[in-house]
Design a protein around this ligand. Structure first.
Ligand code: ADP
Length: 369
C-alpha cells in the first residue's frame, strides 16, 4: 500500500521506522530536504501548506495522513473528494488547527475545558476574569503563542491577534491520553501519562507512564475520551492533553490529531507503541495491545541555549551503558536552542526509580554544537 504522510519530522520518522517491518511504501512531503524522513522514505520536497502541493502529493496514494496538523486542509478536502482516504479526516484537522474552533467544539459537545472568551483584536472588551491565559488562534506551538495575563497592568502585553482567552487553571498535574480509532470502529487508548514541563523552555521535559490517579479521575478521563471520539467522528490517533486541577477535576487543554511527544515512551514501555498503532489505523488492521510493561518515562533531547550548528551529543556513551535505557535520535544535522533532536526512554520498577533515572540521565547528556 502507498502511505503518504504530510510532514517529514521525527513523528513520521518513528512511524516509518516501526512500520518497515511490514510491506508498505512510505511517502513524505516536507519543505526541508534534510528533514528526518528524507532519507528513509520516498521523499517529495514541497509545501504541505500549499493546496496544490498537497493534492499533487496525495492523489496517487492509498491513504494520506499527517504528522503535523498545520497543513492545507482544502488540499485534503480535495483529496477526499477524489476518493483518497485521509486519516484523520480534514474536518477534524481543520477544527483542531484553530484554537478558537477547537474551544467552540469542546463547548458544543460538552467536553470540559477551561471557560473562555474569544477576541479578534486587543481592542475588544475583556470580560473574562484575571488571571487568564491568552492563546493565539493560529501559529502557536510548543508553548509559543501562549501567555498568562495576570492583571490590569499586564493587559499592555496582550497580543493584538485573534485569540482565545482562557481561565488559568490551578494545575496539579498535566496528563495526556493517546487514543486511536480504526475504520472498523475499534477504539483503544494507552494508559494515561503525566507530563512534566520545563518552565523555561515550555517544552515537554519528562513524561511518565502510567501516572498514578484515582479511580474517579480515571472515570473523568474515560468520559472525556469517549465524548471526544464521538464528536471527532474520525479514524486516527489523537493525543488529548489534560489538566488535573487541585480540586481533582479534569479539563481538556487541547488535542492533537496525530502522534504525540507524550507517547514516545510507548516504544519500549508498552506492548506496542503509538507508532505501531497509527500504522494499524492507516491500514484498518486490528488495533494493537497497548498495555504497559511497567513504569516507563521519556526525556527530550533538546538543543542547549547558545549552541547553533552541527549537533554533538555530550555524554551519550555514558547513557548507552545504562540498562533499560533507549536512545532515539531524529536524524537532524543541526541543533539550535530548544530544538527537539531526540529523546531517551527509560524503564523502571517504580515511579521513584524512574524519576531518579530520568533526572540523572538529564544531567549526563547535553545537546551542543
Ligand atoms: P501549545 O499548543 O503551544 O503546547 P498549550 O495550549 O498546551 O500550548 O499551552 C502550553 C502550556 O501552558 C501548557 O502545557 C500549560 O502548562 C500552560 N497552560 C495552557 N493553558 C493553561 C490554562 N488554561 N491554565 C493554566 N496553564 C495553562
Amino acid at each position: 500500500m502507498k502511505i503518504g504522510i504530510l510532514g517529514g519530522g521525527q513523528l513520521g520518522r518513528m512511524l516509518i521506522q516501526e512500520a518497515l517491518k511490514y510491506d508498505d511504501e512510505f511517502y513524505t512531503l516536507d519543505p526541508n530536504a534534510d528533514c528526518s524522513c528524507a532519507n528513509i522514505s520516498y521523499f517529495t520536497q514541497g509545501n504541505f501548506n500549499d493546496k496544490q502541493d498537497v493534492i499533487d502529493f496525495g492523489k496517487d496514494k492509498d491513504v494520506v495522513s499527517i504528522e503535523i496538523e498545520h497543513v492545507n486542509v482544502e488540499g485534503l478536502e480535495a483529496l477526499e473528494n477524489q476518493g483518497v482516504k485521509v486519516i484523520p479526516n480534514s474536518k477534524i484537522i481543520k477544527i483542531i488547527q484553530q484554537k478558537i474552533l477547537q474551544k467552540q467544539f469542546y463547548d458544543e459537545f460538552q467536553i470540559p475545558s477551561p471557560n473562555f472568551q474569544i477576541i479578534l483584536s486587543r481592542e475588544e472588551e475583556i470580560v473574562i476574569g484575571f488571571p487568564f491565559v491568552q492563546k493565539l488562534n493560529t501559529g502557536g506551538y510548543d508553548g509559543k503563542g501562549v501567555q498568562v495575563i495576570k492583571d490590569e497592568n499586564d493587559l499592555i502585553n496582550m497580543w493584538d491577534e485573534p485569540s482565545v482567552l482562557e481561565n488559568l487553571v490551578d494545575i496539579d498535574k498535566e496528563l495526556s491520553l493517546i487514543i486511536a480509532k480504526n475504520k472498523r470502529g475499534e477504539i483503544k487508548s494507552f494508559p494515561v501519562t503525566e507530563m512534566v514541563a520545563d518552565p523555561k523552555l515550555n517544552l515537554l521535559d519528562f513524561n511518565i507512564s502510567p501516572t498514578q490517579i484515582s479511580e474517579d479521575i480515571q472515570i473523568q478521563i474515560d468520559k472525556i475520551a469517549q465524548k471526544f471520539m464521538n464528536a471527532a467522528n474520525s479514524e486516527g490517533l489523537f493525543a488529548i492533553e489534560l489538566f488535573l486541577d487541585k480540586d481533582g477535576k479534569v479539563w481538556v487543554n487541547e488535542t492533537a490529531p496525530r502522534l504525540h511527544n507524550s507517547g514516545h515512551q510507548t516504544q519500549e514501555g508498552n506492548a506496542n507503541s503509538q507508532f505501531e498503532q497509527v500504522y494499524r489505523v492507516l491500514k484498518n488492521l486490528p488495533l494493537a495491545d497497548t498495555s504497559s510493561l511497567g513504569f516507563s518515562g521519556m526525556l527530550n533531547l533538546v538543543g542547549e541555549e547558545n549552541f547553533i550548528g552541527t549537533v554533538k551529543y555530550e555524554g551519550l556513551e555514558e547513557v548507552l551503558k545504562l540498562p533499560n535505557t533507549y536512545v532515539h535520535l531524529y536524524g537532524k544535522g543541526d541543533t539550535k536552542p530548544g530544538r527537539k533532536m531526540g529523546h531517551i526512554n527509560v524503564l523502571a520498577n517504580s515511579r521513584e526509580e524512574l524519576l531518579e533515572q530520568l533526572i540523572s540521565i538529564k544531567s549526563l547528556v547535553k545537546v551542543v554544537s
